[in-house]
Unconditional design. Sequence first.
Length: 269
Amino acid sequence: MICIKVGLVQFRPELFQVKRNVERALQLIENKKARLFVFPELSFTGYTFKTKKEVEEVSEIVSDKNDCGYSIQVFRDFAMKNQTNVVFGFVEKDGEKFYNSSILIKHDGRYKVYRKMHLFYEEKLFFEPGNTGFWVDEIEGVKLGLAICFDWIFPESFRTLALKGAQIIAHSTNLVMPYCQEANKIRSLENRIFIITANRWGEEKNGQKINKFTGMSQITNPQGEVIVRFPKRGDLVEIVDVDPSEALKKSINDYNDLFEDRRVDFYCC
Ligand code: ACM
């Protein structure tokens, strides 16, 4: 059994205060030792947008050059200095387009971006639907996939990642409905994978608009068990040992295998 230490981070940013939020987030994890930290969706910008201008003002370009966004630069430095890997959600700007994205920054400074495929509610007013597809990358010899919040309600999202070999899914969320935490036990069980659901908490107001986030960040294992779940409120971090080799076993008994037994000819696309 070779475990990997993963850091589950529950966080409430102040709306549009990116620098302050990044500083607070760094303080939260600065003395913690993990090989992977997972933060919520739109971790340092907040979520409750009223206009595209607000979206643009907190957006970040992803690049290797000096024009790279602030949170990406800071966490790239953090990942390299601490030889760790970090996943967090951010507003990505690409030309005139904006994406609700999540980035994996690796310990050597390399990175990869996932753009949210399933936009929720008024996100459709501000963001383009993701076009990166679901990809899987490797950290510490472990296959990792990324997903963002509402992706959970489409079983195809996590199934696709699992079929591509993901052992762990870093699921960054700003959950407002109460179902995901319970549903992800089944998503973990039906795919035999770990799901790290890093959620935000508390209320966020922007004029008349208000969102209430559910907290209860959690990690579920391939047996469908919750191995850690946070309370509804509070900026919290916990380092948890997970054994990713558990996610390689897709066999249920001598006769059944979760992936080989699928009847793909009979499923709808
Ligand atoms: C959500 O997808 N942020 C609910």
